[in-house]
Design a binder for this molecule. Structure first.
Ligand code: BDR
Ligand code: CA
Length: 307
């Protein structure tokens, strides 16, 4: 199994990714971030998940706010006040060692072997890059759920332009995109296409996931007239297992950090020889723009069902 660190602001779809990751990878640890919930809550939620699944995987605590701007409101209306659908009484504490140091330590301990999947704001990774500029040479791969590039109209879920994880800390995301990290971006263009229904979740018989998704599914049933959810974050794990099921391009990336397009993820879409090339000096990364929906969904559900 491949060594993996999962960086999460654990809300409901993160919980699916947390489970999928522990079933399919050699988990070195879960590093927590603010985002859907406060970082303290994210630590507590990860500890709860480890307890439920009887896993002894360490949990670390990272950034409590973006690099240089005030934090956005939490996503309590979708994920519940506790981020996990307000189902469990969570008695765990939020004590944990430093997530950013952990990412760097593990990358140095196992050079070229560790993959980092990020499923929240990119603040922890940006901090790790700032502290350890050689990180791009040490990590095997980074797979990040975030952004939206407009394929089939999937252009944003927080504004018409911006996706949640990127909008939480556009400066951090731009720093990551500008780096030489071996980065794969999994944006809304693909994650909005892989929807699972309440009955499909129930069929997995994974009690924890059934319980924590109830609140989210009530929300989509009421406001979106669809009893199901996009499992955005789980697609990072799916990509690592089945990269051939994703259609990708190699492209430089950037993030708008102000104005009406604040948080918008950008790539060059013209070959026209412009005099001011905004992507000059930016490395290419792998960007997912298409996905084999049925395969990705079924393989994930099969894995969760087998447990
Ligand atoms: C992302 O936003 C969060 O609310 C989800 O957990 C996911 O990481 C999707 O835009
Ligand atoms: Ca998330």
């Amino acid at each position: 199994m491949e060594k993996l660190i999962l960086d999460t602001d654990i809300g409901v779809d993160d919980a699916v990714a947390v489970r999928y990751a522990m079933l399919t990878h050699d988990m070195l640890g879960y590093t927590c971030s603010y985002g859907n919930v406060a970082v303290e809550t994210a630590v507590k939620n990860c500890k709860l998940a480890m307890d439920v699944y009887k896993k002894d995987i360490p949990v670390y605590r990272g950034a409590s706010r973006p690099l240089s701007r005030p934090p956005m409101p939490l996503s309590t209306h979708i994920h519940g006040k506790d981020g996990l659908g307000e189902y469990y009484e969570n008695h765990f504490d939020s004590d944990a060692s430093n997530a950013v140091s952990f990412i760097i330590e593990q990358a140095k301990k196992y050079p070229g072997e560790v993959t980092l999947a990020t499923i929240g704001p990119l603040t922890n990774l940006a901090l790790a890059l700032n502290l350890c500029p050689q990180l791009p040479k040490l990590l095997k791969k980074v797979v990040s759920m975030g952004g939206a590039f407009g394929t089939d109209g999937h252009s944003g879920n927080m504004t018409q332009f911006a996706e949640f994880n990127i909008l939480n800390d556009p400066e951090a995301a731009d720093l990551v995109f500008a780096s030489d990290l071996p980065l794969v971006v999994v944006p809304l263009d693909v994650t909005h296409k892989v929807l699972i229904t309440d009955s499909e979740i129930a069929a997995t018989k994974d009690e924890f996931l059934v319980n924590v998704t109830k609140f989210y599914l009530d929300f989509t049933r009421k406001y979106e007239h669809f009893a199901g959810m996009a499992v955005h974050d789980a697609l990072t794990v799916s990509y690592l297992l089945h990269p051939e099921k994703y259609q990708t391009i190699e492209t430089p990336l950037a993030v708008s950090c102000s104005g009406i397009t604040d948080g918008q993820t950008l790539r060059p879409t013209t070959d026209y020889a412009v005099p001011f090339d905004k992507f000059k000096d930016r490395p290419k990364h792998t960007l997912c723009l298409g996905v084999d929906i049925d395969f990705v969904k079924q393989s994930m559900l099969d894995c969760l069902t087998k447990g």
